[in-house]
Design a protein around this ligand. Structure first.
Ligand SMILES: [Zn+2]
Ligand SMILES: [Zn+2]
Length: 311
């Protein structure tokens, strides 16, 4: 990756960290991890999907593109990614270093185990996840977090080859059309057509995928967790000094999604880092008893809560 791109990410991260002092350390650590992942996008080998066809009806019915792929096709990229990403995670989170080293060894010497891991992370096969975790003597939650960190760059690198196979613009599900993950961030944005005389003040709602980094349009005023559309049963809250950053929480399923209102914003946003900058709102939502639609790795590790309590 050219150094200018990296510098930009560094600048974004420094700004986020200075705005949210109690979370500085977590923002810096995860920011570094996200930057390392992004560097891999252009380096990883791609799976050959030239023989793949997507049935439009099934796609528009809600079947993400990756469902049509053989999970083992990711093996070369996944290995290359894990062997770069897991050591970085081990340095950033020293308590995890030994377990991550153990996973690295298994990956290098046990092809069947790698295949189980890929079924777990690519197709969400829970039985495969449990077996792979038991085999490696780690918890399924920890294994899944480690697998996602390594798989993210692989599917992010692959996504353009998949998106051309389907009418991706028509997708309106809450989860990602490429990899099926739940979003970590919603944004309200203006997308004026050149022919439009008036720009809608309310904007369009877009979702961001924390795994493959894809963005797609979703319906406004609908809970992405359970489909609830009764706006009296949706709670929206923000902090006084940053009203354009808020949380949408649903009283039916008690899940929430952070949202950035960019309708009146002219600044460029790095969507892959944006959720890190809303960690303080995650802490508020969780203290009110809501659960994140997509638990970020810092939530899974309990780091954000610790920082919020210490602040
Ligand atoms: Zn995705
Ligand atoms: Zn809901």
């Amino acid at each position: 990756m050219p150094s200018t791109g990296l510098k930009t990410k560094d600048t974004v991260l420094n700004n986020l960290a200075s705005r949210h002092e109690p979370f500085r350390e977590i923002i810096n650590r995860f920011g570094l991890l996200l930057s390392r992942q992004a560097e891999l996008y252009s380096e990883l080998p791609l799976a050959d999907v030239s023989g793949m066809t997507v049935v439009e009806e099934r796609f528009l019915g809600g079947e993400p593109l990756v469902v049509g792929m053989d999970s083992d096709a990711f093996a070369p990229a996944f290995k290359a990614s894990a062997l770069r990403i897991w050591p970085v995670m081990g340095v950033l989170f020293t308590a995890l270093a030994e377990s991550l080293r153990g996973l690295g060894h298994k990956l290098e010497e046990n092809r069947q185990w790698t295949s189980l891991c890929l079924r777990a992370v690519v197709h969400g096969d829970e039985e495969a996840l449990d077996r792979a975790a038991a085999d490696a003597a780690v918890t399924p939650d920890f294994l899944l977090m480690a697998l996602r960190a390594a798989y993210g760059p692989c599917i992010a690198a692959q996504k353009q080859t998949l998106l051309v196979l389907a009418p991706a613009d028509l997708w309106r599900k809450s989860y990602c059309p490429v990899c099926g993950s739940d979003p970590d961030l919603a944004t309200l944005e203006n997308h004026p057509e050149p022919s439009d005389f008036l720009i809608s003040k309310s904007g369009e709602l877009w979702h961001h995928c924390p795994v493959c980094t894809h963005r797609w349009r979703f319906m406004r005023m609908t809970c992405p967790g359970c489909g609830n559309q009764e706006h009296e049963r949706m709670t929206r809250f923000s902090l006084q000094d940053s009203p354009h950053e808020h949380i949408y929480a649903c009283e039916d399923c008690r899940q929430y999604l952070p949202c950035l209102d960019m309708v009146e914003c002219s600044e460029a946003v790095d969507f892959d880092l944006a959720a890190l900058g809303l960690m303080h709102l995650d802490a508020v939502a969780q203290s009110r008893g809501y659960a994140p639609l997509s638990p970020a790795p810092w939530t899974a590790l309990g780091l954000a809560e610790k920082a919020a309590k210490a602040s």
